[in-house]
Design a protein around this ligand. Structure first.
Ligand SMILES: CCCCC/C=C\C/C=C\C/C=C\C/C=C\CCCC(=O)SCCNC(=O)CCNC(=O)[C@H](O)C(C)(C)COP(=O)(O)OP(=O)(O)OC[C@H]1O[C@@H](n2cnc3c(N)ncnc32)[C@H](O)[C@@H]1OP(=O)(O)O
Length: 226
């Protein structure tokens, strides 16, 4: 995320344009849901939907959380390939070159394949993640920087949905067991407490069947808005 873009996001936020999850609007949705005249579906694709590269494990988990969303406990979070597309009131541009880091590959399945679900009552953001072959670190396993990225994105999205716009100030990770490429894991994050502008989060990464604890992390976010 470039500094110019962050500054312009911060400006928009200060001007009162809502991010998804900001408490002042009843059920904030991304602009593409509310101002369809600004885009055509092929420009603004929601990448958090199943595609042909999803394994059965990812599809099964997705279905389970979708069932949870029908009861109202979980909310599926849409995901676009540019950060500004998540911000209500900003018209998407066909010419924009900036890409959200986790959505910067044009080919399905090779990079960050994931879908997030938010549980407002529990202040939890869960990410169902299938790392693709372009995320290799040690042979056959996911690069630690990619793991840090998806932790930052998941805990960050949880902080955004609870508190509005934030920046990561601190991220601490304990890598306990490597994540094989292609294996589906659950990134389970929670906002532990909010102290003034400081939003403290915790996170675990477990295998899709809960058998393996891969990673533990904590992250501190600082609220940008009022
Ligand atoms: C921004 C738009 C995002 C839009 C997202 C939209 C939708 C989301 C939907 C889907 C998900 C998509 C994306 C996921 C979202 C986010 C994940 C990615 C996030 C990032 O990838 S982001 C890039 C990396 N990130 C940076 O590039 C930060 C560089 N940095 C700074 O920009 C400043 O440093 C800042 C702003 C952090 C603070 O600056 P500041 O001037 O505003 O505040 P100040 O320094 O006064 O600190 C206030 C209080 O925090 C304490 N404090 C500060 N830092 C601390 C630390 N490190 N440890 C312990 N305590 C700390 C102080 O001690 C004080 O505490 P106290 O009040 O008690 O005195």
């Amino acid at each position: 995320m470039g500094a110019t873009m962050l500054r312009s996001c911060a400006r928009l936020i200060r001007r009162g344009i809502a991010l998804p999850g900001q408490p002042q609007s009843p059920r904030p949705l991304p602009c593409c849901y509310t101002t369809p005249r600004f885009y055509s579906p092929e420009v603004i694709r929601d990448y958090a939907m199943p595609n042909a590269t999803w394994s059965k494990n990812l599809q099964d988990l997705y279905n389970r959380y979708m069932e949870g969303s029908q009861s109202g406990a979980w909310e599926r979070i849409p995901s676009y390939n540019a950060t500004v597309h998540h911000i209500k009131g900003v018209p998407p541009s066909r010419t924009r070159e900036n890409r959200l880091f986790t959505r910067n590959l044009d080919q399905d399945g090779v990079g960050f394949e994931y879908s997030m679900f938010y549980n407002k009552a529990e202040r939890r953001m869960v990410c169902l993640f299938q790392p693709g072959p372009y995320l290799e670190g040690p042979p056959g396993f996911t690069h630690g920087g990619c793991i840090a990225t998806i932790i930052d994105s998941t805990t960050g999205a949880g902080a955004v949905y609870l508190c509005g716009s934030v920046m990561t100030a601190n991220l601490t990770i304990n890598y306990k067991n490597p994540i094989p490429l292609g294996h589906v894991v659950i990134i389970d994050s929670k906002v532990e407490r909010v102290e003034g502008r400081k939003v403290y989060t915790s996170c675990q990464i477990r295998s899709h069947d809960d058998a393996v604890l891969h990673t533990e992390a904590s992250a501190l976010f600082i609220k940008l808005g009022p």
